[in-house]
Write a new protein. Structure first.
Length: 121
């Protein structure tokens, strides 16, 4: 048996794959921005790898690499959130005035700067 060699991928074919892969990622429930970023990273990886080792199914290859990039990004975000929560120390409570604010409110309501109808309430 002879091994099937992958067909050379031209730029037009790659451009046709990008919207289809992006739509597939968004259809899986990814938000558009994250899916687009992951696909861009997958395309950069494709430019690096494909000249020497072209895939048999370029669409599947791009989808797999982009999905892995999405998973890696989620893991990094979760780890960052865990680190931030572990380091976070709530600020100490500030000074508080305890007491009755009735006198303060009375002076505010009886201010000569107010017109007579609000002062009479």
């Amino acid at each position: 048996m002879t091994e099937a060699s992958p067909p050379p991928l031209d730029e037009g074919a790659l451009r046709a794959l990008v919207p289809r892969v992006l739509a597939g990622l968004v259809r899986r429930g990814e938000d558009f921005d994250s899916a687009e970023d992951a696909l861009q990273e997958a395309l950069l990886e494709a430019l690096r790898v494909w000249p020497e080792h072209p895939p048999l199914d370029p669409r599947a290859w791009l989808t797999t690499v982009a999905t892995r990039r999405l998973v890696d990004a989620r893991r990094r975000a979760a780890a960052r959130d865990r680190r931030e929560e572990a380091v976070f120390v709530p600020p100490p409570p500030g000074p508080s005035e305890e007491g009755d604010d009735t006198l303060f409110l009375l002076f505010c309501c009886c201010s000569p700067e107010l017109s007579p109808p609000p002062r009479s309430l």
